[in-house]
Structure formats: C-alpha cells, structure tokens
Design a protein around this ligand. Structure first.
Ligand SMILES: Nc1ncnc2c1ncn2[C@@H]1O[C@H](COP(=O)(O)OP(=O)(O)OP(=O)(O)O)[C@@H](O)[C@H]1O
Length: 312
C-alpha cells in the first residue's frame, strides 16, 4: 500500500489493550478502539464506567498499560510529545481566580496568529461580555465555556471533552453544538463523554459504549439507531386484551402499559389489525416511535448486564 494512503487512513487516535487499575481494583479492561479523523465520537456509560479514567490515560494524566497512538505516534504517561496536537477539558477547568478569561487564553495560546485565534475563540463561544472580568466571578457555565475555549484555542487535531455540556444553559449548548459541527467539518476530531444522550445524538458520528471498564460496543450512530427497534404504540378499546391477543399471535411487546409492539422493516400493519378485530377489539389510535440514543444505550447496557449474569 502506498505510504501516503496509509497515513490518510490512519486513525487520529488508536487505543490498544489499555488496562488500568487503582490498587486491586481494575477499572479499564483491554480497552481497544480507533477514532476516525474528522468524526465526533461519543463516549457513553454509567457513572463509574471508566470514561474519565480512559480520557485521562489518553491524555497522559494517569498511568495505564497498553498502547495509545495519536496521529500515529505512541503516547503515554511518560512520553507525550504528540499531545501538543490535542486539546482537552477533563472534569473541571483549571482556572486562576484573579486572572481574566482573556488572560487565560493569552497564557495558553501557542504558535502563530495567537491574537486572531483568541479573538475568534471568544467570538465563537460568545464570551465577549465577561472575558475581561476576573474569573473568580464566573458562574459554573461561564467557567465551563472558558475551559472549552482553552481546549480548542490552538486548533488541535483531536479534542477530548469530558462532560462538556455540564452547567451549560440551552443557548450555550446550542452554540457549543454548532461550534463542534463547524470544527468537525474543518477536520477536527472530537472524543466527547456525556450523559446528555439527546445532545450527543445530534452531534456524534460514532459511539463508544463502556460498561464496567470494557468497551461493549463501538458503532456508528446511524447503524446503532437503524438497528434499534421501531415501535407501534396502540390505543385500543381493550388494551389488556389486545396485549394478550398480540402476544399469542407472536408479536414482541414491550413492558409499556399500552400495547407497544416492536416491529421490524417487514412487519405489516394489516395482520395486526385483523388479529385485534377478530377479537372485537377496536384500534383507536396508532403512534410510531423510533428508538432514540437513550433507548439504544439503555438496551445495550441491559444486554451486557444479562450477559454478565449468564442469562443470555
Ligand atoms: N484516583 C482514583 N482512585 C481510586 N479509584 C478511582 C480513582 N479514579 C477513579 N476511580 C474509580 O474508577 C472507576 C471509574 O471511574 P471514572 O471516573 O473513570 O468513571 P466515569 O465513567 O467517568 O464516571 P462518571 O460518569 O460518574 O463521571 C470508578 O469505580 C472510580 O471509583
């Protein structure tokens, strides 16, 4: 394969067999994945699943065994020259209370065109109103926005953000989303952990699901949502009886109180209506519901739990 093609296809971040323990407790187990350039990758999992620890290991902030390559170059707790290509916000931003936001940006700005990049970042994140005030007077959301500004200021190839939507109001969330989409179009890769799945669903191209320190799924958002069930929610003249009839007819129903059928691409409506009308059940209303990211992730985590318990 020609060398240039190999480099173009090379993932911006490749993690191989990463393991991490705190004392006797192992919190990352053989974590392996790769992130494609110019993609937004959502990292999701329950509290304590290992998201922050994984991000810290990638950023050389904690020791771990295994291999991490950023832009093809190995990086670790001890050797992390390549991290100048990475911007990050992990947990809470480190802020000096008596410095203004602008002074923080001046302190962290590197390379050519610093002034222009500072001005552009202030404008992009709508920080103008308070950027010249001392940071000690900033609200949680203002500090968070300054932390994000510091992460993207130097136009890094890879941006790692741990819960970036923390403390942001809906307007700031929208602005952050638009900024991420614009930067992604310009080729920046984002690895973003978040519990706000509705927000991730709007921006992520790919998804990594982590559970008890193991990657249980790496998928594109489109594939995950396409594989998730489409549901028909029925309102009938006798919902309890309708549930019985449909279950007997072999349809897979959810636990909802309304008769809610999981349907596939080939499921037809007519036999469902026929089965019900044979039992003198009238269908009053039919609603379609596509599973969203929250449904899909909860289902994946539930499946993983059942697998652990040996039930499937
Ligand atoms: N410094 C530490 N010392 C000991 N245990 C730790 C330390 N940091 C994290 N852990 C443990 O590692 C596990 C993973 O924690 P981590 O913070 O990575 O999870 P998370 O997925 O980011 O959770 P959350 O969504 O709550 O932020 C947890 O069991 C946590 O208690």
């Amino acid at each position: 394969m020609p060398k240039e093609i190999f480099i173009l296809n090379q993932p911006i971040l490749a993690v191989h067999q990463l393991n991490k323990s705190f004392g006797a407790k192992q919190v990352l187990h053989d974590v392996s994945f790769a992130c494609q350039r110019g993609h937004v990758i959502g990292l999701v999992g329950a509290n304590g699943a290992g998201k922050t620890t994984l991000m810290k290991a990638i950023l050389g902030l904690t020791t771990a065994t295994g291999q991490i390559r950023i832009d093809g170059q190995p990086t670790s707790f001890d050797h992390h020259e390549v991290l100048h290509e990475v911007g990050a916000l992990i947990e809470y931003p480190s802020i000096y209370p008596f410095m203004s936001g602008r002074d923080h940006l001046k302190l962290f700005a590197k390379g050519p065109h610093r002034r222009q990049r500072i001005d552009r970042t202030i404008a992009d994140l709508h920080l103008t109103k308070y950027i010249d005030r001392p940071a000690k007077g900033y609200s949680l959301g203002m500090k968070q926005k300054l932390g994000i500004a510091l992460a993207i200021l130097n136009d890094p190839k890879l941006v790692v953000l741990d819960e970036p939507m923390n403390g942001l109001d809906p307007q700031a969330n929208k602005e952050l989303r638009e900024l991420i989409i614009t930067k992604r179009q310009a080729g920046t890769t984002f690895l973003i952990s978040s519990h706000i799945l509705g927000e991730l669903q709007r921006i992520a191209d790919d998804l990594l699901v982590i559970d008890h320190g193991k990657i249980v799924k790496q998928t594109t958002m489109a594939d995950l949502l396409a594989a998730s069930s489409h549901q028909l929610i029925l309102s009938t003249s006798d919902d309890a009886m309708a549930r019985k009839v449909l279950t007997k007819a072999g349809y897979l129903l959810t636990e909802d109180p309304k008769p809610t059928i999981r349907v596939g691409a080939k499921t037809q409506l007519e036999p469902i209506l026929d089965a019900l009308s044979h039992q003198q059940i009238t269908v009053l209303d039919i609603q379609h519901h596509d599973a969203d990211l929250e449904d899909s992730v909860l289902k994946l985590l539930a499946q993983d739990q059942l697998q652990k318990e040996g039930q499937i």
